[in-house]
Design a protein around this ligand. Sequence first.
Ligand code: XMP
Length: 514
Amino acid sequence: MTAEPVATPTVLVVDFGAQYAQLIARRVREAHVYSEIVPHSISADELARRAPAALIFSGGPSSVHQDGAPSIDPAVYELGIPILGICYGAQLIARDLGGTVAKTGRGEYGRTGLEVHDHGALFGTVDHQQVWMSHFDTITEPPTGCVVTASSPDTPAAAFESVERKIFGVQYHPEVLHTPQGQDLLERFLYGPAGLAGSWTMENFIERTVEQIRAQVGSGRAICGLSGGVDSAVAAALVHRAIGHQLTCVFVDTGLMRKGEGEQVVETFRRHQGIELIHVQAADRFFGRLVGVTEPEQKRKIIGELFIRVFEDASGGIEDARFLVQGTLYPDVIESGTTHAAKIKSHHNVGGLPDDLEFDLVEPLRALFKDEVRAVGTQLGLPDEIVWRQPFPGPGLGVRIIGEVTRDKVALLQEADQIVRDELRAAGLERAIWQAFAVLPDIRAVGVMGDERTYGYPVIIRAVTSEDAMTADWARLPADVLEAMSSRIINEVRGINRVAYDITSKPPGTIEWE
Ligand code: XMP
């Protein structure tokens, strides 16, 4: 689970199975302190070896009273490292260190008022605040030697601390936006008892990572597959800053990208960044292989395999290439340790890793969250269109055209998709929406234009909000934005005579149609 490069000093967020551990780590980084997530099974010896400046125990879905509930090696409390427990983390500290966690039968969920009795080290001058609670057990007695600093209607010890023992706990969730002063509390903990200075900045990251890349690659040659997406683009720009012409990028143009996207990748990397780029125009090969293919998984398989073959052909021609640059991010590193639920779709990453290639990996973004990657991209001079590009599936428009994928259909969909994106941008909603795009189904509809009957394709607009693509909600786009999209598509894209809006969330739908 360790991400490289590890910066010090570090806060380790101990994960007790909450969906919140990543969020806590991100909030800590927003306070300019480097943080990583570790499992609660980590030993005290291992923690001592890593010598973090502080620990934060996350929330979790269990009860400390359950058999087999997640716990922590008790020797951790003897290390003298400042600890902040959040929700389940606070209950665990209370249970382990002589306090009481009661099953009162009165949990608190959602917005709750918090009364501060003692400002202590974490509350500044605030006496009353709104906080977000989500718990069923209740801390009724703080750990031995700790004072209660705040309470809520149903939690007598909603916050406790001992500056001397460096133990702190809050029953509520300071990391969520519904706790407006939560970030202040985290920062007081980090800059106060944890003694941190806030030196984690993207400038520092770039400087340090450039050094590390140079040390790893030496005088060797590296290659990087560009997909047009932000991760591979930022990874390439960063590696280029480190080793210049020792890097060659390979961009496989499948013909299945959005309108103008291929040209933009070439323009950005070749002209602006001066990066050596092999532009493989492979659209003919992809369309050739997709003739008559209608089954979604078969399409994905064909596109994925052909991509790897084309990439291998192109990179095989780069003499002495020993290193492969990958845009792996920290959430991928965390998640690669977990087993995933049933496979819904066979994902593949264009520009991604062909498993059996014999390269040493250079993964300069392994320690970063997405928002940090964007900040690095901007810092390195990449244009907003790339830095803020919405996620795009590896098989591209191939999974947004239902039925057989042909050159004509791709051209049609590209036009409609461009209008969806233009109007979203014009409405100032581009960054608020996780993904917005057009889908071309394999059906026809009757319409009337002028006095003529038409028989054309409908287009479906899909726009969703999401945090991580695991779940998504259909975006409540304003009616006038949908109207602008619809009338422009009908008027400007010949062959489309109807526009529908997909109002399915995920689950039960998926974001893509195939
Ligand atoms: P679904 O459709 O499963 O998509 O809800 C979840 C997210 O993943 C993107 N997606 C892909 N990304 N390779 C990728 O790199 C793929 O094959 C692929 N298929 C879907 C999708 O756009 C959404 O953001």
